[in-house]
Design a protein around this ligand. Structure first.
Ligand code: SF4
Length: 415
């Protein structure tokens, strides 16, 4: 039985998502860390921290429930620690604040309004606000989502390709990012992939970085073959909820426009593309929010996603301030543990490629490999884990070599 967060950073990461963190007056989070960007990607709102074991996280600190957290962050002799009941449970670090966070693009916009680091990758929401926030007389946004509250506050409304490239280059040079994630909401006419294409092409051509795309499922599935050829390395489909009735309640816009079956069809189609011709590695994610449906349904979602060869991404529901669900309580850690334990087991049982991406630490979700901390007996997969580690070393080496070659070529072309 896993109960002690002092020697289990995976459990601590999960517990902090569910309980949040109070911040002592001794802390200098704004000056020494990244500060708190109000909302990100509709789910984040918190303090970026690095836990023991190198687990990066984004901890709720501004929501009401976090004010009652048993955990307190304090600064003692220049170091940060998390305390519970007067006892130190973990020494932690604030995620470093990049120099470019305080700079502006040549067009005069603050770079953090173009993109921001989530863990160690760069997240960009390049287009206007999701249409579900605009529909009148009644908006149809997903009930947990804060994107419509976010844009115009911490995010710029429109971001040109040149502006995005300035931020990508700064983040590559100074923060050593290896991955850029593009995220959009829904736009009438299924235009999201057309909007993203010029950004994707420039980032790939000028940097060779890994690229991910998170959008609704395009009705023309052959567009994903084209994305793969373009050099996209990851596609992610957020259907959020696996229970069909609950899906309708929580995601009215997605239900009206696409329906759950379309999301599942896109996950399945893209997972099959891993063997199709392309440009670099390719993974497909099916993404859900745990805590808004029965845990057994979340586990069924994980099993289904893994069964088609995609990798489940599981967020913990966070009742963000200002959202339709702000008054709901966050989920209980004990209800979440079986879900995240199953995430690791399902990936191992299906031999899915996890933990291969080089230098990517994700703060907003528990990575599948981090869920190993919640497994009762992870050693039963020791052969697979050893193989995965060897593959990760090889892939990391190849990626670094390709990136160096790319940077030399691109640098020479622009000398
Ligand atoms: S599709 Fe839903 S989760 Fe995504 S931005 Fe729109 S309202 Fe938010």
């Amino acid at each position: 039985m896993i109960t002690d967060v002092r020697d289990n950073p995976g459990l601590l990461k999960l517990h902090l998502y569910c309980r949040g963190l109070r911040i002592d007056d001794s802390c200098h989070c704004d000056e020494e860390g990244r500060g708190i960007l109000r909302t990100r990607a509709g789910l984040g709102s918190g303090l970026e921290l690095i836990l023991p074991g190198g687990l990066w996280t984004n901890v709720p600190v501004v929501e009401e429930f976090a004010q009652h957290s048993p955990y307190l962050l304090r600064r003692a002799e220049g170091r940060y620690e998390i305390v519970r009941d007067g006892e130190v449970v973990a020494q932690v670090r604030l995620s470093p604040r990049p120099g470019w966070y305080d700079r502006r693009t040549s067009s005069g916009k603050l770079m953090t309004r173009i993109g921001s680091l989530q863990g160690t990758y760069l997240g960009i929401y390049p287009a206007k606000v999701c249409d579900y926030w605009l529909i009148k007389p009644e908006r149809e946004n997903c009930k947990f989502c804060s994107v419509g509250l976010n844009l115009g506050a911490d995010d710029a409304d429109s971001k040109s390709v040149d502006e995005v490239m300035e931020v990508v280059h700064a983040a590559r040079k100074e923060s050593l990012i290896t991955y850029v994630d593009f995220n959009t909401g829904h736009y009438e006419g299924d235009t999201y992939l057309d909007i993203l294409a010029p950004y994707i092409e420039r980032v790939k051509r000028e940097t060779g970085l890994l690229i991910g795309v998170q959008t609704p499922p395009h009705q023309d599935l052959s567009r994903y073959d084209a994305l793969k050829r373009m050099g996209v390395n990851r596609v992610s489909f957020c259907f959020e909820i696996f229970d069909p009735q609950r899906f309708v309640e929580i995601c009215p816009g997605k239900h009206r426009q696409y329906g759950l079956p379309r999301y599942l069809e896109a996950v399945e189609y893209c997972a099959r593309l891993s063997r199709a011709p392309g440009n670099g590695p390719w993974v497909t994610n099916g993404e859900i929010v745990a805590g808004l449906e029965d845990p057994a349904s979340s586990i069924r979602a994980i099993d289904w996603i893994a069964s088609v060869g995609a990798i489940p991404t599981v967020c913990v529901f966070r009742p963000l301030k200002g959202t339709d669900l702000e008054d709901l309580p966050p989920p209980r850690t004990e209800d979440m543990i079986p879900i995240f334990r199953r995430l690791y087991e399902a990936c191992m049982e299906r031999n899915l490629p996890i933990g291969l991406a080089p230098d990517i630490h994700v703060s907003l979700v528990m990575l599948p490999e981090e869920c190993r901390w919640l497994s009762d007996n992870p050693r039963r997969w020791w052969r697979r884990e050893a193989k995965m580690k060897a593959m990760a070393r090889l892939y990391r080496w190849k990626f670094a070599r390709d990136l160096r070659r790319h940077e030399r070529r691109f640098g020479a072309a622009h000398a």
